[in-house]
Design a protein around this ligand. Structure first.
Ligand SMILES: [Zn+2]
Length: 232
C-alpha cells in the first residue's frame, strides 16, 4: 500500500506518518530528510543538492526532486509499501510524481489530508524551539519551560527559527493552501482523499486515521481475495 500524508505545518503530519509507517511496515519518505541524506553522498546529484541546500540555502528545483524520487523508488522492492510525507504538494510536482508511480508500477491507495485551523498551526509552531547542536525540536511550555533553558536532550543552547515566528508562519500557510489545492482536488476526484480532523492529541488524531486506513486495508484485501467476502 502506498499512502500520501499531507497537512500544513504544525498539523503533526510527520508524527502521524511515522506511526502509520510502523503500524503497516511502510517506508517513510520525507523528501526534506531524504534530500539531506543524498546531499552527503559523493555523487554528482549529491554534490548538486549539497550546493543548493547547504551552501546557497535554496530549495532544490523540480528536476532534481524528480531525480531524487527516482533514486529512492529504484532502491525499493515493489512489494514494499511507502508513505510519502508531504509530497506531492504542488501541481507541478503532481505530474512527475504520478509519472514515477506508473513507471515503478505503484499506485496510491489513499491520500490523508490532516486539517487544522490556521490559528492552531500558528499557535503550535510559534512554540517550537530548536537546539543549536543537534537540531532537536522542543516545545516551549512542554519540553522546555523558558527561552533560557538548555536542550534537555543534549544540553546545547535553544533558539526560535526565524521561519517559526507568527508572521512567517501565516505567509507559509497561505502558500501551502494555495499550493495543495489542486493536488487535493486531483485525489478527491479519484476518490482517494481522506480528510482528517487534526485537532486533538497525537493519539486521538492517530485513532481517526487508523480507523479509516484499517477499513481501506480490509477493502483492498477483499478485492484481492474475493473468497474472504463469502466467508470461504
Ligand atoms: Zn539538543
Amino acid at each position: 500500500m502506498n499512502i500520501i500524508v499531507l497537512g500544513p505545518q504544525g498539523s503533526g503530519k510527520g508524527t502521524q506518518a511515522e506511526i502509520l509507517a510502523k503500524k503497516y511496515n511502510l517506508e517513510h519518505i520525507e523528501m526534506g530528510k531524504f534530500l539531506r541524506e543524498v546531499a552527503k553522498l559523493d555523487t554528482k546529484l549529491g554534490h548538486h543538492i549539497h550546493e543548493t541546500i547547504n551552501l546557497q540555502g535554496k530549495l532544490v528545483d523540480d528536476i532534481t526532486l524528480k531525480k531524487v524520487l527516482h533514486v529512492k523508488l529504484a532502491d525499493l522492492p515493489r512489494e514494499q509499501g511507502i508513505i510519502f510525507d508531504g509530497v506531492p504538494r504542488r501541481q507541478d510536482q503532481l505530474s512527475y510524481f504520478e509519472d514515477a508511480m506508473r513507471e515503478f508500477g505503484r499506485k496510491i491507495g489513499a491520500v490523508i489530508d490532516i486539517k487544522i485551523p490556521d490559528e492552531e498551526s500558528v499557535n503550535r509552531i510559534s512554540k517550537r524551539r530548536i537546539c543549536r547542536k543537534s537540531e532537536h525540536v522542543l516545545i516551549l511550555g512542554k519540553d522546555v519551560k523558558s527561552e533560557e533553558e538548555k536542550c534537555p536532550i543534549c544540553g546545547s543552547e535553544i533558539f526560535q527559527r526565524i521561519d517559526d515566528t507568527p508572521e512567517r508562519i501565516k505567509t507559509r500557510l497561505e502558500i501551502y493552501h494555495k499550493d495543495t489545492k489542486e493536488v487535493l482536488d486531483f485525489y478527491r476526484d479519484k476518490g482517494l482523499l481522506i480528510e482528517i480532523d487534526g485537532v486533538g492529541s497525537v493519539e486521538e488524531v492517530s485513532d481517526r486515521i487508523m480507523k479509516k486506513i484499517s477499513a481501506l486495508v480490509k477493502k483492498i484485501s477483499l478485492e484481492c481475495h474475493p473468497g474472504l467476502r463469502a466467508g470461504i
